[in-house]
Structure formats: structure tokens, C-alpha cells
Design a protein around this ligand. Structure first.
Ligand code: SF4
Length: 361
């Protein structure tokens, strides 16, 4: 490991010591990707052995109308735009009805300026009633903030209402990069890092687990990436409410930034995966989100610290709008083949990472 310049990190990992901000920066600068991957893999195997988790799930994007107009987003449409849509709760249930019975339903959308608060509760109730076996993972902290504003209720009350309507956990999107500089540049209307973390903290205190994401590969610096990871680590020390971390590469293709920013490389994606595993020593799971990474790179990421290959996914509009998706959905068999051929053991999970017996096989 010495020759890779990662000797000090190796020693710390062996001694069970926490990595510092400086270690994080050094890891983001190393070009020895394979040595970095070996370190991340050591941690991953210690945590999860050869297991790779996946879930039979569905995605639902209930509206693309959004008042935030983030510069990096290709998904939103202005109110009144002919391409804008809103799904009624009944339409949502119909969309979710294709494919095998899901264990997890992932619901996110834009910040629609006119949808009333009761719409969100009715949406969850309808989905919960139609799919009682599935955990509903819905609404980013950005949407929760929006619900708090339109209802005039504090976040805690909103989360309680949603929980009563069927919410199980939050998907963890909208975190982007915890940097005021980047926020002003790319998503000035979106909630601040402090607000995102406060809402995640409130959810955790109410017993609602969440994921956490990081959108990288746009205008952020390496220091800002490390800061993002360390702020998540610090909240996790306090609450233990994060189930999984999901690094998301920025997909510029269909966004207004496509002329200025080039897509990430596979090298960078794997490096972010490995560094995330090493710095986030207290978040149990790390997701290789194939919808953004592509199936083949997501499979490789299993050797760079990732232990979760996400799920079968039917319907996902956000990455599709960004031009990032290469597959509509993966079957259980395809996911298991990806996992096995990479040398791991597939484990079907529920939303809380409990192993479940596969249905219908
Ligand atoms: Fe709206 Fe989310 Fe897109 Fe921003 S990233 S414009 S909040 S849908």
C-alpha cells in the first residue's frame, strides 16, 4: 500500500481509526484506483461479507412541475407548460401496478406550486392501500420543506401526517452538494444544507430512516465533496438514521449545463464510490445506483465498496430526462446474474435491508 501513497490510510483502517478531512482529500486525489478500491473493499467485506443487496421496487415521479428551476435539472417544467404533468392518486396506483409485487416504492417529484397538501396525503394513502406489502420511500427533504411551507405546519407535524398516511422512509435526494457557493450557482431556490440536515435529523428522531445522496461531477471542488461527506458522517454520529449513501454522478446531457460541463468518467465514479465507503464509516450501506451509473459500471462498483445494487426499477423519469438511462428495468434474474458474475452473493432485501425470501421463485 505504501507505493500507492495510501499507507497512512491503510494503517488507520487497520487500527480502526476514523479518517480525517485531509485523508479524504488525499483519497480523492489518488490515481491508484485499484489500491483505493482494495481499501474500500476491505471495509465493505468487513461490514457485509460477500453479500450484495437488491430490492424489487418501483419508482414514481408524480409531477414534473417545479418552482425551483435548478440549473442542473432537465426534469422540471414550469406551471402551465404543455409537457408538465401531475398524476392523480388513481393514476399513480395504475402506473405502479406493472411488474412483480414491489417491496419498496420510491416516490419523488417537483415542487408544484398549486398542489394542495391533502394531495400528498391522498397519494400516499392510495399507494399504501394498493400495495400494503411495500414500504413507501417518499419525498426528499426539499419536498418535505415545501409541504411544511404550503401547509403552514412544522416539519415534525408534516412527517407525522405522512407517516400516518403510509410513509416508511425518505429517499435522501435533494442534498446535492452541501456548499453555499454551489447552491448559489446551480440551485439558488433550493433549501440550504442546514435545512436539509435539519429535516433529515427530524425524520430520524421520529424513527423515519432516510438515505443520503451527493450529486457530484459539476462545479463542486474536492474540498466540497469531502465537506459534504463529513457533514453526513457527523449527523449520522448523532442520529444513526441514515440507512444508505447514494453517490449520484451529474448527467449534463439534456441540461442547460451540457456545453460547460462534461459527464464524469468511469474512473471518477469508481473513485467517488470507494472514497465514500472509506469516509462514511458509520453509514451501513453504499449504493451503486445503476440508473445513473449504467449497469456495467454499477456492477464494477461492487468491487469499490458498494454493497447495494438498488432494485428492479420500473418507471424513472428524472434520469431519463437527463439522458442517463440505458435500461428501463432490470429483472431479478438480471440483477442476480450481475451480482454472481462479479463474485458476490445476491440478497433480496426490504426497504430496511432485512433479507427476504424471494417471492414467486
Ligand atoms: Fe425541481 Fe428537484 Fe429539478 Fe430542482 S432538481 S428543479 S427541485 S425537480
Amino acid at each position: 500500500m505504501e507505493k500507492a501513497g495510501l499507507g497512512e490510510v491503510y494503517e488507520k483502517l487497520e487500527a480502526g481509526e476514523r479518517l480525517s478531512r485531509e485523508d479524504g482529500l488525499n483519497l480523492f486525489k489518488t490515481r491508484d484506483l485499484l489500491a483505493l478500491g482494495r481499501l474500500a473493499q476491505k471495509v465493505r467485506v468487513r461490514l457485509h461479507g460477500r453479500r450484495v443487496y437488491y430490492v424489487i421496487n418501483r419508482h414514481l415521479n408524480y409531477t414534473n412541475v417545479c418552482e425551483n428551476r435548478c440549473r442542473f435539472c432537465a426534469y422540471w417544467r414550469a406551471p402551465g407548460d404543455p409537457e408538465g404533468y401531475v398524476l392523480s392518486p388513481e393514476e399513480a396506483v395504475t402506473r405502479l401496478s406493472q411488474g412483480p409485487p414491489p417491496r419498496e416504492i420510491h416516490i419523488v417529484g417537483g415542487l408544484h406550486p398549486e398542489l394542495p397538501y391533502h394531495y400528498y396525503l391522498e397519494l400516499l394513502s392510495a399507494v399504501h392501500e394498493a400495495f400494503p406489502q411495500a414500504a413507501i420511500k417518499a419525498f426528499t427533504c426539499v419536498e418535505i420543506d415545501h409541504l411544511s411551507r404550503i401547509s403552514g405546519k412544522p416539519v415534525e407535524e408534516v412527517l407525522r401526517d405522512l407517516k400516518e398516511a403510509g410513509l416508511s422512509c425518505l429517499p435522501g435526494g435533494g442534498a446535492e452538494i452541501f456548499s453555499e457557493r454551489v447552491r448559489r450557482k446551480l440551485f439558488p431556490r433550493k433549501i440550504s444544507a442546514e435545512r436539509w440536515l435539519e429535516i433529515a435529523r427530524t425524520a430520524h428522531h421520529l424513527g423515519i430512516p432516510t438515505n443520503a445522496t451527493m450529486l457530484y461531477g459539476h462545479v463542486e471542488t474536492l474540498e466540497e465533496r469531502v465537506e459534504h461527506l463529513l457533514r453526513l458522517r457527523s449527523l449520522q454520529d448523532e442520529t444513526q438514521g441514515f440507512l444508505c449513501f447514494v453517490p449520484l454522478p451529474f448527467l449534463p446531457e439534456k441540461t442547460p449545463l451540457r456545453e460547460e460541463i462534461r459527464p464524469t468518467t468511469g474512473f471518477e465514479d469508481l473513485r467517488v464510490m470507494a472514497v465514500s465507503r472509506l469516509l462514511l464509516d458509520n453509514i451501513p450501506h453504499l449504493k451503486a445506483y445503476w440508473v445513473f451509473l449504467g449497469v456495467k459500471l454499477a456492477q464494477l462498483a461492487l468491487h469499490f465498496g458498494a454493497d447495494d445494487l438498488h432494485g428492479t426499477v420500473v418507471e424513472e423519469k428524472i434520469s431519463e430526462a437527463s439522458g442517463g438511462r440505458e435500461a428501463e428495468a432490470l429483472s431479478r434474474e438480471e440483477i442476480e446474474r450481475l451480482v454472481r458474475t462479479a463474485g458476490f452473493e445476491p440478497v433480496e432485501r426490504d426497504a430496511f435491508y432485512r433479507a427476504v425470501a424471494p417471492e414467486g421463485v
